[in-house]
Design a protein around this ligand. Structure first.
Ligand code: NAP
Length: 258
């Protein structure tokens, strides 16, 4: 049993749907105060409405683009104003358009890096003064198996951004350690989300077959990994990764999947 996280203030970016919504749901179930962040405020409010039905903590909404500095600063200030602290930042927002290099416009490459890695830098930088003030912080990044461990045609920009998150974390966590701020990353495999649905049924079926547990993960699988990194019990863990992929990255050959 982990020490209760109730009363802690948690920002989850990209929480209007998908994995971020799963992370927010897990933290809300455990009594934390949650700030749901996405660009679309209507979607974020719909998620907040759902979370308010079962959490004992407060659930609020803030519309912010993680790739925009002013917008990220406003997000951090709003959380601190509402809850008096930022205890946990789950920097989860990310995009993954699938395009081969030969077909990719350079602007798409920039957009993916701006959201997925520059977004992490801006989120951490914006929350840092508030965490530093309280000599406490837990930062959890949502990376991926794609990039840090595997490759996938069409995701050169995405894989680069997801590997970059780990490079960023390994230096950033040293810089923040003196303020009692830890930073760790969850590396999801294929998790059933709205974003993944867009890739089509064939993709989903092929993926399920290539996973030893023979199914895609659910968003709460990532939520519980994030909850652990944010817990009191994980207070001596920083700069580390946990893979949550149903064993997907393990098989050496098709034979291993039979
Ligand atoms: P999703 O279902 O497409 O949801 C993405 C969320 O991020 C939405 O809430 C979206 O809301 C928000 N978002 C996107 N761009 C944003 C921006 N610039 N600023 C603020 N919010 C933004 O995606 P997902 O599958 O849950 O993926 C979430 C994270 O998990 C990503 O970092 C992704 O790389 C990672 N991941 C996913 C999988 C998977 O299998 N699904 C696997 C490995 C890693 P708005 O559009 O309203 O902003």
């Amino acid at each position: 049993m982990l020490t209760p996280i109730s009363g802690k203030s948690v920002i989850v970016t990209g929480a209007s749907k998908g994995i971020g919504k799963g992370i927010a749901r897990v933290f809300a179930k455990h009594g934390a105060n949650i700030m749901i962040v996405s660009r679309n405020e209507t979607d974020a409010e719909a998620t907040a409405k759902e979370l308010r039905t079962f959490g004992s903590g407060d659930v609020s909404v803030f519309a912010s683009d993680v790739s925009d500095w002013d917008s990220q600063q406003a997000m951090a200030s709003a959380c601190n104003d509402r809850y008096g602290s930022i205890d946990v930042l789950c920097a989860n927002a990310g995009v993954y358009p699938q395009t081969l290099i030969e077909d990719m416009d350079p602007s798409e490459f920039e957009m993916v890096l701006n959201t997925n890695i520059k977004g992490n830098f801006l989120g951490v930088k914006a929350c840092l003064p508030f965490m530093k003030k309280n000599d406490y912080g837990r930062i959890v990044l949502t990376s991926s198996i794609t990039g840090p461990i595997t490759g996938f045609p069409g995701w050169s920009h995405y894989g680069a951004s997801k590997a970059a998150q780990l490079g960023f974390m390994r230096t950033a966590c040293i810089e923040t350690a003196k303020y009692n701020i830890t930073m760790n990353s969850v590396l999801p495999g294929n998790i059933a989300t709205e974003g993944l649905d867009d890739l089509g049924e064939d993709y989903l079926a092929t993926m399920a077959n290539s996973i030893p547990l023979k199914r895609l993960g659910v968003v709460e699988d990532i939520g519980y990994a994030a909850l652990f990194f944010a817990s009191q019990e994980a207070n001596y863990i920083t700069g580390q990764t946990i893979v949550v992929d149903g064993g997907q990255t393990l098989p050496e050959s098709l034979e291993a999947l039979e």
